[in-house]
Design a protein around this ligand. Sequence first.
Ligand SMILES: Cc1cc2nc3c(=O)[nH]c(=O)nc-3n(C[C@H](O)[C@H](O)[C@H](O)COP(=O)(O)OP(=O)(O)OC[C@H]3O[C@@H](n4cnc5c(N)ncnc54)[C@H](O)[C@@H]3O)c2cc1C
Length: 391
Amino acid sequence: MKSAPIVVIGGGVIGTSIAYHLARRNLRVILLERGDLAAGSSGACDGLVFLQSKKPGIHLELAMQSRRRFEELARRLPVPFEFKATGGMVLIETESELAAMEQFVQAQQQIGLDVALLDAARLRRLEPHLSEHLLGATHSPMDGQVNPMALTLGFALGARAMGARLITGGPVRGIEITGGRVSAVITGAGRIETEVVVNAAGAHAPDIGSMVGLVIPIKPRRGQIIVTEACPRMIRHCMISAKYIAAKFNPEIARGNGEGISIEQTENGNFLLGSTREFVGYDRRTTTGGLRTIAAQTGAILPALARTNVIRSFAGLRPYTPDGLPILGPVAEVPGFIMAAGHEGDGIALSPVTGELIAQLIATGKSDIALDAFQLSRFKNANHTTEAAHG
Ligand SMILES: Cc1cc2nc3c(=O)[nH]c(=O)nc-3n(C[C@H](O)[C@H](O)[C@H](O)COP(=O)(O)OP(=O)(O)OC[C@H]3O[C@@H](n4cnc5c(N)ncnc54)[C@H](O)[C@@H]3O)c2cc1C
């Protein structure tokens, strides 16, 4: 039988970041991952660290706090995770997108984001390979990109070097409650006594929640990605389309207008072209329809892609929540149970600040950014028992 004061469930970018930040505070932690590190969404995604895609308010504030930590992490983590402050662009194709982005940018500027609207001529000077039909773009020098698998591995190995124990290759099967609070985690290999369990199981966080009778309203939202062969540098910024912002925040607007795309050229030169947003349960397959849509839309924006070979495709499951914000912090009904999941399409960008805030909370009982807006209890009926909610 093993024991540790804290057990983190999930070896994605969120669980490993939490383990890393706990270990930095000299707290003893065991991380449990059912497959391998980055086996979930963190190993099947883009690596955009985008601020411009966040709604002004608490979400953008969280993202800005997270972004500030990447330079230091690039120096500290034992794995080079290809962080580049490339700057990012939101590409505008129609007059209605232009009007929407003008407003979005103003709201972002008001809370201190360094972002500006570029007209078509300036856009073309910065990115000459983009299609001539684009009306302009918003640009922020603060956006960047990373290699998400390397970041996850960096957090994990950094945590291990400071004493964290990482156990992969077996799922958590149950959580014991004694005297009303968390007391142990059950795995195939035995029982681990603990006082604190962190649920960082991404799209599978509801399974972990149901082990303590909670209903967690996270759903898998599939995203498909095309990977091309490595090419000479064709774009300098990471990019999303204004449609992507519509698709993210208002699926109704997006429906008639496509999914919205992202284009990123990795350090190696490969393009990652994404991505769909689909509710298809836990199905991680790619589809010809999804891949065709991505190819057509990214090809229209960057015509040179037509001469580039595709080498593979994959799909990941974003941990979606109904209001687009992650679920972070303690759950009053189950003392010792802490939520850290539901980052949807932003988990890579938000991983540094999430790890730091959850570690602060466990170590001191409070966090620099109040987690009130992120509580599970914000979802009405969400913290009923599983049976009651299903009934
Ligand atoms: C197509 C696509 C593109 C994306 N692009 C971006 C982007 O550009 N920028 C960005 O910031 N974010 C992006 N995201 C979102 C990002 O990938 C996620 O928000 C992030 O990876 C979530 O991390 P996580 O650690 O919460 O979940 P995961 O990485 O899924 O980790 C959860 C882990 O828990 C494990 N687990 C589950 N059940 C159990 C159990 N019973 N016992 C033990 N372990 C268990 C799983 O195996 C998994 O490894 C994208 C996602 C997709 C799908």
